[in-house]
Design a protein around this ligand. Structure first.
Ligand code: FES
Length: 157
């Protein structure tokens, strides 16, 4: 018998044999195993800093596996603008030494890591909802839900 008892191998077994010969507990065990293989995801919504001509704020969306990436990298991977003018040219590349990757978390803060010492240093005079995207881990590998991010909150009117 094959060692890998995932969905594909159960399906192959079903094709090779009469389905009625496959014990039900084996099918149930295989399906349960495949369900736990799915990693939890975090949905992200990014609100633009300025309204468009119709008066609405632009919204971009992305998804990320919980606890695997920094917010900065998720934004970069999805081509979502993070930096204001100065930061576009002078950012430290995610090293935590420039303080230009500022975002505001409008919802879902409980799905993120705590503020790091770097953030406490750079953001001490800013609202608690502000974060540095290069210090912000999205998810903790077990949680899932939705995070709403205000881009470039220093520009918001
Ligand atoms: S990119 Fe420089 S502190 Fe985040």
């Amino acid at each position: 018998m094959e060692k890998d008892m995932g969905i594909v191998s159960v399906s192959r077994l079903c094709q090779e044999r009469d389905l009625s010969l496959l014990p039900l507990p084996l099918i149930q065990w295989s399906l349960r195993g495949s369900a736990t293989d799915q990693k939890p995801e975090i949905e992200l919504e990014f609100i633009g800093p300025k309204p468009e001509s119709d008066g609405k704020y632009p919204v971009e969306r992305a998804k990320a596996i919980s606890g695997e990436k920094l917010l900065r990298n998720i934004m970069s991977d999805n081509k979502i603008e993070l930096y204001a003018t100065y930061g576009k040219v002078m950012n430290c590349g995610g090293g935590g030494s420039c303080g230009t990757c500022i975002v505001e978390i409008l919802d879902g803060n409980d799905l993120l890591n705590e503020r790091t010492n770097t953030e406490l240093r750079y953001l001490k005079k800013n609202p608690e909802s502000w974060r540095l995207a290069c210090q912000t881990i999205v998810g903790n590998k077990e949680n899932s839900g939705k995070v709403v991010v205000q881009r470039i909150p220093q520009w918001k009117k």
